[in-house]
Design a protein around this ligand. Structure first.
Ligand code: ZN
Ligand code: ZN
Length: 416
């Protein structure tokens, strides 16, 4: 009987070409039409029962193979409005037809799609070695934090079954071949806020007749940065970034309002509430201090929960990962200040989540940068215009990892 590894090797043989194709044709959140069609076609050809249009552009591929657990495997499909500068021969030249913005797979979701497709192939060809049901969830709109919820709202689990576990992986520029994860909170909550400070506009020469929203905004930005430094215990972690600040049209006009875009990361519900309350308090108080006629408007753009790995489920998965990759390749990491919506799937299913990162960066480059202390400078992170996971052997490792994790949960026969 062919081993799982040889099945993986066969499954990944033509995936590099498809990876390059997906990379060259990225699509923004909820516009993953081409990607979804490719996924659907390929999953069907592997014998999966495929349903398209779940939660917008989401695709569900199901393979029932006798009695046993239902295991959900999730990959996100969307790209980002980034102008690619990797110089790769298959770099994206795509732009959004509506806005003209450049588009790039700068978070590696193309790699996630490819690795899940390879996993589906490996599992389909090894049907004699497991039993249960595979539920592959190709999710739209992760980068806007709404895709998982959209699929849940479209009846994902009612229509296709409630899984016993939700498994998901994300490529990161750590050494290829390694996997990094941790029990408990692995990714932060993300709250994105759009704050409008209402001033009173007028002539630049007569500030006494106005309430200047730019001064109000400047004071607010500086004060917001005291939340982490002055209100949070050293043992807690939080990040507050004011990522956008817009006001004014001309230097001799005092503007009517200023808008601030905030991104807030926290690692526990309690800290999240505390930080959000501090933000509201400071924003309101600075407006009052400036003599604003109206309280600021605070709008929530994104609300992503903390991503929490179930400790027992992760233990079980990691045994299989160590077995497949080697003990020293499975690393325990600290909590990571990025956010994901995959936790929404697990929560809606009432199932444990296992989420891990897998490496996509050249081992020698990572080692050299670590030695020189220049990782931040030399190794482009996700969302960077230079982010460029190696196609090979990342695909191989990604498929091996996902397949091993799935088999840990499916009724796996040990006679391979
Ligand atoms: Zn991302
Ligand atoms: Zn991502």
């Amino acid at each position: 009987m062919p081993s799982i590894n040889s099945r993986v090797a066969r499954a990944t043989a033509d995936l590099t070409e498809l990876y390059r194709d997906l990379h060259a044709h990225p699509e923004l959140s909820f516009a993953e039409h081409r990607t979804a069609a490719i996924v659907a076609q390929r999953a069907k050809s592997l014998g999966y029962e495929v349903t398209e249009g779940v939660g917008g552009t989401g695709v569900v591929a199901r393979l029932a193979n006798g009695p046993g657990p239902l295991v959900a495997l999730r990959a996100d499909m969307d790209a980002l409005p980034v102008l690619e500068q990797t110089g790769l021969p298959y770099a994206s030249l795509a732009t959004d037809p509506d806005s003209g913005r450049p588009i790039m797979h700068a978070c590696g979701h193309d790699m996630h799609v490819i690795c899940l497709l390879g996993t589906l192939e490996a599992l389909a060809s090894a049907r004699d070695q497991w039993s249960g049901t595979v539920l592959a969830v190709f999710q739209p709109g992760e980068e806007v934090g709404r895709g998982a919820q959209a699929m849940v709202d479209d009846g994902l689990f009612e229509r296709f079954g409630t899984p016993e576990v939700v498994l998901a992986q994300h490529v990161l520029p750590i050494a290829v071949g390694t996997v990094a994860t941790r029990p408990g909170a692995i990714l932060s909550a993300n709250d994105s806020l759009l704050i409008t400070l209402h001033g009173r506009g007028g002539h630049s020469s007569r500030p006494e007749a106005t309430v200047d929203p730019i001064v109000m905004a400047a004071a607010t930005v500086m004060r917001l940065q005291t939340i982490v430094s002055r209100e949070i215990a050293t043992t807690d972690q939080a990040v507050i970034t004011v990522g956008t600040l817009h006001a004014g049209t001309k230097e001799n006009i005092i503007a009517d309002e200023a808008q601030l875009g905030l991104s807030i990361r926290t690692y526990s519900p309690e800290l999240r509430d505390k930080v959000l309350e501090a933000v509201r308090r400071i924003v309101r108080a600075e407006a009052e201090a400036a003599g604003a006629d109206r309280a600021p408007t605070i709008e929530t753009l994104t609300r992503l929960p903390v991503t929490v790995n179930d400790a027992a489920a992760l233990d079980k998965t990691c045994v299989a990962l160590r077995d497949a990759l080697g003990v020293e390749q499975v690393l325990e990491m600290g909590a990571f200040p990025a956010s994901e919506d995959v936790g929404i799937l697990a929560e809606a299913a009432g199932a444990p989540l296992c989420f891990w990162f897998f490496g996509g960066a050249d081992r020698a480059k990572v080692a050299a940068a670590q030695q020189q202390g220049t990782v931040d400078r030399d190794i482009p992170m996700n969302h960077s215009p230079y982010f460029a996971p190696l196609a090979e052997p990342t695909i191989d490792h990604g498929v091996t990892t996902f397949t091993a994790a799935a088999l840990a949960w499916l009724g796996h026969q040990q006679n391979r």
